[in-house]
Ligand binder design. Structure first.
Ligand code: PNS
Length: 164
C-alpha cells in the first residue's frame, strides 16, 4: 500500500478557505493529493461537480502535486482504485465528530487498507461552512473572508438573488 497518496473528499459546494487550509496542509504531508468531489446523498448542491472542480483548481494553481477529480461512487472504492492509503478530513468542532467518526469506521470496514486522518481546522475557520457562504452570497453579503477572490464571481453569479 502506497501511503504517499492521499485523498481529500468532500462536497466542496463551494470550496472555502477552510477546505483550502486543510488541502494545503495535507499537500505538505503527501507526495500526491487527490481532492475528490464526491456525492453526498444528503446534500442538494448548488454547483455541478465540474463547476466545483473548476473552482478548486482555480484556488490551487501553485500545487502541482494536487489534483481535483469527480467520483460518484463509494470513497472506499475510489481509494482502492487510485492506490490511496489515507483519507484526509478536516474537523471543525465536536459537532463534526460523530458524523466523521461514523464515516471513518464505515470506510475502514469497506476498505481495511485505508486510514482516515483528521486535521483540526485553523481557529479562524472554525465557524466556516459552504452553506453559510451560500447564504451570505445569496443575500448580497461580503464573502471575501470566506473564499478566495478567484472564485467569488463564480459564486455570486450563481447564488446572488436581487431582493424583490
Ligand atoms: O463535504 P461533505 O458533504 O461533508 O462530504 C461528505 C462526503 C462527500 C465525503 C461523503 O458523503 C462521502 O464520502 N460520499 C461518497 C459516498 C460514500 O463513500 N459514502 C459512504 C461514506 S461512509
Amino acid at each position: 500500500m502506497n501511503h504517499s497518496i492521499a485523498i481529500c473528499p468532500g462536497s466542496f459546494d463551494p470550496v472555502t478557505y477552510g477546505h483550502l487550509d486543510i488541502i494545503r496542509r495535507a499537500a505538505n504531508l503527501f507526495d500526491r493529493l487527490i481532492v475528490v468531489v464526491a456525492s453526498n446523498p444528503a446534500k442538494q448542491c448548488s454547483f455541478t461537480p465540474e463547476e466545483r472542480i473548476a473552482m478548486i483548481r482555480k484556488c490551487i494553481p501553485d500545487l502541482s502535486h494536487v489534483e481535483a477529480v469527480r467520483y460518484d461512487g463509494l470513497l472506499a472504492d475510489y481509494a482502492a482504485q487510485c492506490g490511496a492509503g489515507v483519507i484526509i478530513k478536516g474537523l471543525r468542532a465536536m459537532s463534526d465528530f460523530e458524523y466523521e467518526f461514523q464515516m471513518a469506521l464505515t470506510n475502514k470496514k469497506l476498505n481495511p487498507n485505508v486510514e482516515t486522518l483528521f486535521l483540526t481546522t485553523a481557529t479562524q475557520n472554525m465557524y466556516l461552512s459552504s452553506s453559510m457562504v451560500k447564504q451570505i452570497a445569496g443575500m448580497g453579503g461580503d464573502i471575501s473572508s470566506f473564499v478566495p477572490e478567484e472564485i467569488r464571481p463564480d459564486i455570486l453569479q450563481r447564488i446572488y438573488k436581487k431582493p424583490t
